[in-house]
Ligand binder design. Structure first.
Ligand code: ZN
Length: 237
């Protein structure tokens, strides 16, 4: 099976929160999309491993994903080791995606930074013919582009995807991760530990901000390293 796009995310729910609307739009337009979660999120303050796995599988079904895999790296201790990046490169060669979406390397969570690094390294390595031959699997394949989503830090995106038509669906999608949205006890008010606002509120604030910047209600920003070629200055309008 060949994928059109693959999303690399540190923890189950990162892909949905960051680019869930983009994924929904791609799948609804007939594109095949997969997600590789780097960890199971077992170090998270809320939710255990089994709960998070069940939530991720409900979310995958809602999105209509073509595949979802997990690299099983230890949560909170993600490092882009040669083994990890070659395992991800093998997934790129197997599914031959055109586009990779991954965390930006400028983030507050070390796992997000490491997962972004891992995706960039694997993106490069997947195109090396000798590494592919050594692995003995499918031939080399380097996806055409790698775009980064921003989780904690805002910068200037290269693109903003209009996700207004799928916004309600995105909210339902992220709501699959109930363990991450609800307070766990009297000492937990359900807020994000760093930012003091709940996940859905923060997601909406960011989407409204980036939507505003392109004149729509909700948007998801994507960063690209370096300029993107434009064939015709009149497209996009
Ligand atoms: Zn995360």
């Amino acid at each position: 099976m060949k994928l059109d796009a693959i999303v690399i995310a540190a923890h189950p729910d990162d892909a949905e929160i960051s680019v869930g609307g983009t994924i929904l739009k791609l799948v609804r337009s007939g594109r095949k999309v997969g997600i590789v979660d780097v960890t199971r999120g077992e170090m998270g303050t809320r939710g255990d491993r089994a709960t998070r796995a069940a939530e991720a599988s409900a979310a995958s079904e809602l999105m209509g994903l073509a595949m979802r895999a997990n690299l099983e790296l230890p949560d909170g201790r993600v490092v882009a080791t040669p083994e990890a990046r070659e395992a991800l490169a093998a997934i790129f060669r197997r599914y031959r995606p055109e586009v990779v979406l991954a965390h930006h390397l400028d983030d507050l969570h070390p796992d997000h930074i490491a997962a972004g690094r891992l995706a960039r390294d694997a993106w490069y390595l997947s195109g090396l013919a000798r590494l592919a031959a050594e692995d003995g699997g499918p031939p080399a394949h380097r996806p055409r582009r790698i775009y980064h989503f921003m989780s904690h830090l805002a910068g200037d995106p290269a693109f903003v995807i209009d996700v207004t038509p799928v916004w309600d669906e995105k909210v339902r999608l992220v709501s699959c991760y109930a363990s991450q949205l609800e307070a766990t006890g009297p000492d937990d008010d359900g807020s994000h530990l760093l930012f003091g606002a709940n996940v859905l509120e923060r997601m909406e604030t960011k989407a409204r901000y980036f939507g505003e910047r392109i004149g729509v209600r909700y948007g998801e920003p994507l960063i690209h390293v370096g300029p993107v070629a434009l064939e015709d200055p009149l497209v996009p309008g």
